[in-house]
Design a protein around this ligand. Structure first.
Ligand code: ZN
Ligand code: ZN
Length: 327
């Protein structure tokens, strides 16, 4: 028996015991094929061939996955090749399989590799995005002028079936905006993994959870970067002062900044005047986007209040449907 035959025998005997979550698909001279699974999305198929002059040359390794990023797998393949070079003269198959399993365990964020790459491209140089592989979370800090928003974003083990969690949020935007960032961030994440309620006709295709990390972070980046420059829809002044310390936090004050459901801003005083000024026919509409104005400080009819209550009870807080819900 040659070196390779001995090694194949050892692999077929030990693989499933020493490499967690592994399944030996084939174990012959021409190809060793092993599927390593941690979760449905963290699955790598390892295809190994013996090189000429093995074990004095490194194994030939090809990695495949239906869910993980191709770029990530390319990088991991290179690392595996280097690892094999440290094992020249010795059996390489089991050590390399253990190495890959270990890599999956120690880098839980591999399931959002492409999303993280895309996010990095839209960040500016003074923003921060730190990966904490050990805790499967990302520390994010976004800045615009003197304004900032920071949070910890946790990626659960069964991502993207479960959505990311927004934790430890901290910001110097006025409280109304802090609530919007956190509430809407969580809502967007939830919508990625929970099917819409049957308010409307059920769609034909079954609901499939989609990745939520980039959706949530893009929303946060976009909000933080644009809000400090937004104008009041009535008086056209910039709503937020350059220094966050000067922002009005009293929610009944004239200059308190109000946010409509469409996302546009008004000073409270300007909104009150606007709502009291004709024309009233057809309901008041946002001067910029012409969406119907709906605001929680504004009186609601009984019917609307009741509908809203039922809506909240059902957790159907899909902001896109607010228009339908009002008519
Ligand atoms: Zn104004
Ligand atoms: Zn608007």
């Amino acid at each position: 028996m040659g070196f390779i035959d001995d090694e194949l025998q050892e692999v077929s005997k030990l693989c499933q015991n020493v490499v967690d979550g592994s399944r030996l698909v084939s174990c012959v001279r021409t190809m060793v094929r092993v599927e390593i699974t941690k979760t449905r999305c963290k699955t790598i198929i390892v295809c190994i061939q013996f090189s000429k002059d093995y074990p004095y040359t490194p194994l030939l390794i090809e990695l495949k996955s239906k869910t993980l990023s191709v770029k990530l797998l390319d990088g991991l393949t290179e690392v595996c090749e280097k690892e094999c070079k440290n094992l020249l003269g010795k059996a390489q198959v089991l050590p390399i399989l253990k190495f890959i399993r270990n890599f999956i365990d120690e880098n839980p964020l591999i399931c959002c590799y492409d999303e993280i790459s895309a996010i990095k491209k839209i960040l500016e140089h003074d923003d921060e995005l730190k990966l904490k592989q050990k805790y499967s979370c990302i520390n994010l800090k976004i800045k615009k002028g003197l304004y900032y928003f920071k949070a910890k974003i946790e990626v659960p083990d069964n991502y993207p079936v479960a959505c990311v969690k927004l934790e430890d949020a901290d910001t110097n935007f006025p409280p109304l905006f802090a609530r919007h960032f956190i509430g809407q961030g969580k809502e967007l994440a939830r919508q990625c993994v929970e099917p819409p309620l049957n308010l409307k006709k059920k769609s034909q295709s079954p609901f499939v959870p989609t990745p939520s990390l980039k959706v949530v972070i893009s929303f946060l980046i976009n909000s933080v970067k644009t809000l400090p420059q937004e104008h009041c829809q009535s008086c056209r002044q910039t709503c937020l002062p350059p220094n966050p310390e000067n922002a009005e936090t009293n929610e009944t004050a004239n200059m308190h900044v109000e946010r409509l459901y469409c996302g546009h801003l008004f000073h409270l005083r300007c909104l009150v005047t606007f709502m009291k000024t004709p024309p009233f026919h057809g309901g008041k509409k946002c001067p910029t986007c012409e969406q119907r104005i709906y605001h929680e400080k504004w009186g609601m009819s009984d019917k609307l209040a009741e509908e809203r209550w039922a809506h909240q009870q059902a957790r159907a807080r899909e902001l896109a449907e607010v228009e339908d819900f009002l008519t």
